[in-house]
Design a binder for this molecule. Structure first.
Ligand code: PGA
Length: 264
């Protein structure tokens, strides 16, 4: 894991956006893995600004989102398809036909999960996958106890996740308790993963992900197995790391190495 600890949420978003921008510049046909939630919003705003400034283009890119509520159509204002249109797709030059979100309204969700996996494979696999982390350590909607090699499937949400997301739903609005999510095994197959976490309420989950044992009780700990996982966090989210100074030291050394390599 590369652990990058920055001052605040704005710096985390800018750092994450630069990884995605560099990926699109290097490979315009990139397959991007995208995420919803409040954390990615600032990153998407950075990408929209870079797109409008002509620094990056999504016109040849493809995207796959991590998850979707089961039981909501893409027109529902709380669906993740709607969120992605609002927060990113409608503001950049991506062809919406090349944007994929699991089908929350699928007649047969089991078949839809298999089809989603097949589409990712047909697109050549995900180049860079964006992730947030839940307070309970979930990635996507892979809640604690998720199989560490799980694939895209229907997943029941925990009460913690339902409570965390209740703020987005109206008092008398139906809030789904089932989802379709890429599995942990699916996520681990992305060539690179970038996880963003900010705020003190993520500090326990970040500690468990980085310093805890590899275990299904903390799905994000599976990223310990990934060969190119970048964890970008602010100081508040890093506040419960036992070896904080060591990670800062490694990253300072890493930057020196990158600066040297750039001169070659
Ligand atoms: P958040 O959600 O960005 O809204 O905190 C993260 C997640 O649950 O993955």
């Amino acid at each position: 894991m590369q652990i990058v600890i920055l001052n605040d949420a704005a710096a985390v978003a800018a750092y994450g956006a630069n990884i995605f921008a560099a990926q699109l510049q290097k490979k315009p046909t990139s397959v991007l893995g995208l995420a919803t939630g409040s954390t990615p919003v600032a990153l998407y705003q950075e990408l929209i600004a870079k797109n409008k400034a002509g620094e990056i283009s999504f016109s040849h890119a493809t995207s796959f989102n991590l998850d979707e509520y089961l039981g909501l159509t893409g027109e529902h204002s709380q669906s993740y398809r709607y969120f992605m249109n609002e927060q990113l797709f409608s503001h950049v030059d991506i062809n919406k036909e090349n944007t994929f979100v699991p089908a929350g309204d699928a007649e047969n969700p089991i078949t839809a999960c298999k089809e989603y996996e097949a589409k990712i494979v047909a697109a050549g696999g995900v180049d860079v996958q964006l992730l947030g982390i839940g307070r309970n350590g979930h990635i996507g909607f892979n809640e604690p106890s998720s199989g560490l090699r799980s694939r895209t499937r229907v997943k029941t949400l925990t009460k913690a996740t339902i409570d965390d997301n209740a703020r987005f739903f109206g008092a008398d609005e139906y809030q789904p308790h089932l989802s379709i999510t890429m599995g942990i095994g699916t996520i681990l197959e992305a060539k690179k993963v970038v996880l963003l976490a900010t705020g003190e309420n993520k500090a326990d989950a970040v500690h468990a992900m980085i310093e805890g044992p590899l275990m299904a009780a903390c799905p994000a700990s599976a990223l310990q197995l990934h060969q190119d996982a970048v964890i970008v966090i602010d100081k508040a989210a890093a506040s419960k790391l036992a070896d904080l100074e060591f990670y800062q030291h490694i990253e300072a050394e890493n930057q020196k190495l990158q600066a040297h390599l750039a001169t070659l």
